[in-house]
Design a protein around this ligand. Structure first.
Ligand SMILES: NC(=O)c1ccc[n+]([C@@H]2O[C@H](COP(=O)([O-])OP(=O)(O)OC[C@H]3O[C@@H](n4cnc5c(N)ncnc54)[C@H](O)[C@@H]3O)[C@@H](O)[C@H]2O)c1
Length: 422
C-alpha cells in the first residue's frame, strides 16, 4: 500500500517536474493527425509518400473507405509504413467526428469531393483535396465559400505547382528568356495493349455488394443498381467524372496558369470522341481543347489514349524561345534562331536542360506538395494550391467538358462566375 502511494507520489512529482518539458517538447514536436478518406489507388500509395514527405510532423490516425478490401489494405499499410494501428471507418462522417483527426486527405472519386470537403471543413478539419476541386463549376464554388468561412487550410492536389522544375520554368519565363508568350501547346498521350483498355482498372475479384458500400459511393450521384465497373472504373462515366478534362487536363491548364500567372480562359472549344476503346464508356479517349485567354494568349491542348510516342508535356512558345517541360521530369529551354538572324541578346542565351531527379532530387512535385500542406497546417507556410487556384484549374476542365458534351463553344464570364454557349 505504502509502496503504491509512494509510487503514486513519485509519478505525480515526476509529472509536475516534467510538466513544462513535456509541454515544450510537444510544442516543438506537434504532430498533425491525419485521417485518410479514400484509400484506393492514389490513397494507398500516398500513405507512403506522406511518410517520405513529412515523417516527423504527421501521424496517420484514421482511414476510411467504402470497400472493405481497400480499408483492410490501408490499415496494414499504415502499420507497415507508420508503425501504428489507425482507427478505421466505413462512413466518412464517423471519421470526421473523431477528435483524434486534425486534417483529412481526400482521395475519393471526383463526384464526392464537394460533400466530403464541405463536411470536413464544417467539422473543423484541414483538408488536402485531390484534383479536380469538384465535379462541377457550381460545386467548386461551394467549396471555395465553405473554405473562406472556415479559417482552415485546404490544399488542392495539383502537385505540379510544388515541383522545383516548374518553379524554375516560371522563373525563366518571368526573366524574359522566351520573350512574349502567346501560344502554348499541352498534351498527354497514353497507350496500352488491346486487353488493357485505358482506365478499365482491375476490379478486385473479392468485391461484392456485401463488402462494398455502393450507396455511400453514389453519394449525391444518380441512383443506380450495383455496378462494379462504375465503382472501380468511375472515371469512364459522366456521373462521377469529367473524363480527360477534369482528370488529366486540369493538371496542365493549372501549371500553365502557374507558369504564366494566368487564371481562367475566356473561351473554350473542345472536340473528340471514343475512337480507340469502344466499350460502354461515356467519356472520350480522344480529346482536344482550344482555349483563348482574351488577350492574344492561346492554349492548344490534346490527349489521345492510342499512342504515347509524345508522352506528356507543356510547351510554352515565346517569340524569343521555347520552354518545354516533358513528362514532369525534363525542362528544356531553346532560344529562337530566326534562321541565323537572331538579335544578339537572344543569340547569347544558351540552351538549358534540367532533369527533376538529377538536378532537384524530385520524381514529381507530390512530396513537396504534401510537405507544404502540413507546414501550412502548422502555420509555417502558405498553401500553394488553395481552393481558389484549384477552382481556376477546374473551370478550364469543366468548360472543355461542357463544350464537348454540347458541341458548342463556351464563353466564361469570370466576374459573374458563369458560362454561356456562343
Ligand atoms: N494528383 C494526381 O496526380 C492524381 C493522380 C491520380 C488520382 N488523383 C485523384 O485522386 C482521387 C482518387 O483517384 P484514384 O485513382 O485513387 O481512384 P480509386 O477509385 O482508385 O480510389 C478511390 C477510393 O475511394 C473509395 N471511396 C468511394 N466512395 C467513398 C466514400 N463515400 N467514402 C470513402 N471512400 C470512398 C473507393 O473505395 C476507392 O478506394 C481522384 O480525385 C483522382 O482524380 C490525382
Amino acid at each position: 500500500m505504502s509502496a503504491e502511494v509512494n509510487r503514486r507520489n513519485f509519478l505525480k512529482t515526476a509529472a509536475l517536474a516534467a510538466g513544462p518539458a513535456i509541454i515544450s517538447a510537444r510544442g516543438a514536436n506537434r504532430k498533425v493527425n491525419i485521417g485518410w478518406i479514400g484509400v484506393g489507388t492514389r490513397g494507398n500509395l500516398a500513405i507512403e509518400w506522406l511518410h517520405n514527405a513529412a515523417p516527423n510532423d504527421v501521424a496517420v490516425t484514421a482511414v476510411c473507405d467504402t470497400y472493405l478490401g481497400f480499408l483492410a489494405r490501408a490499415k496494414a499499410r499504415v502499420k507497415t509504413v507508420w508503425g501504428n494501428d489507425p482507427a478505421s471507418y466505413l462512413d466518412y462522417h464517423d471519421l470526421l467526428a473523431d477528435p483524434n483527426v486534425d486534417a483529412v486527405f481526400v482521395m475519393t472519386p471526383e463526384h464526392l469531393h464537394r460533400d466530403i470537403a464541405i463536411a470536413a471543413l464544417q467539422a473543423g478539419k484541414h483538408v488536402y483535396l485531390e484534383k479536380p476541386l469538384a465535379h462541377t463549376i457550381e460545386e467548386g464554388f461551394e467549396i471555395v465559400r465553405a473554405w473562406e468561412k472556415s479559417g482552415k487550410v485546404v490544399q488542392v492536389g495539383t502537385q505540379n505547382r510544388s515541383s522545383s522544375l516548374y518553379k524554375r520554368a516560371k522563373e525563366l519565363i518571368e526573366q524574359g528568356m522566351i520573350g512574349q508568350v502567346q501560344y502554348v501547346r499541352a498534351f498527354w498521350y497514353r497507350n496500352s495493349l488491346g486487353n488493357d483498355p485505358a482506365w478499365r482498372y482491375a476490379i478486385p475479384v473479392e468485391a461484392t455488394p456485401d463488402n462494398t458500400d455502393w450507396t455511400r459511393f453514389l453519394g449525391s450521384a444518380p441512383k443506380r443498381s450495383w455496378s462494379p465497373e462504375r465503382y472501380f472504373q468511375w472515371r469512364l462515366y459522366w456521373d462521377y467524372s469529367g473524363g480527360i478534362s477534369t482528370d488529366l487536363l486540369v493538371h496542365q491548364t493549372d501549371i500553365v496558369n502557374f507558369m504564366l500567372s494566368r487564371t481562367t480562359p475566356k473561351t473554350c472549344v473542345a472536340s473528340g470522341g471514343i475512337y480507340r476503346w469502344r466499350d460502354d464508356r461515356d467519356v472520350p479517349d480522344t480529346f482536344s481543347a482550344i482555349y483563348e485567354y482574351g488577350d492574344n494568349v492561346h492554349i492548344n491542348y490534346s490527349c489521345f489514349f492510342g499512342n504515347d510516342h509524345y508522352g506528356y508535356g507543356e510547351q510554352i512558345c515565346g517569340n524569343e524561345g521555347t520552354i518545354e517541360v516533358m513528362n514532369r521530369q525534363d525542362l528544356y529551354f531553346q532560344p529562337e534562331t530566326f534562321k541565323g538572324k537572331a538579335p544578339s541578346a537572344v543569340a547569347a542565351r544558351k540552351p538549358i536542360h534540367l532533369n527533376g531527379r538529377a538536378d532537384f532530387g524530385e520524381g514529381d512535385g507530390v512530396n513537396n506538395h504534401f510537405r507544404n500542406f502540413i507546414q501550412a497546417v502548422l502555420g509555417n507556410e502558405k498553401a500553394i494550391a488553395p481552393p481558389t487556384v484549384g477552382q481556376q484549374a477546374a473551370i478550364s476542365g469543366h468548360l472543355a467538358t461542357l463544350s464537348f458534351r454540347n458541341q458548342k463553344k463556351v464563353v466564361w464570364d469570370d466576374a459573374a462566375g458563369t458560362y454561356s454557349f456562343a
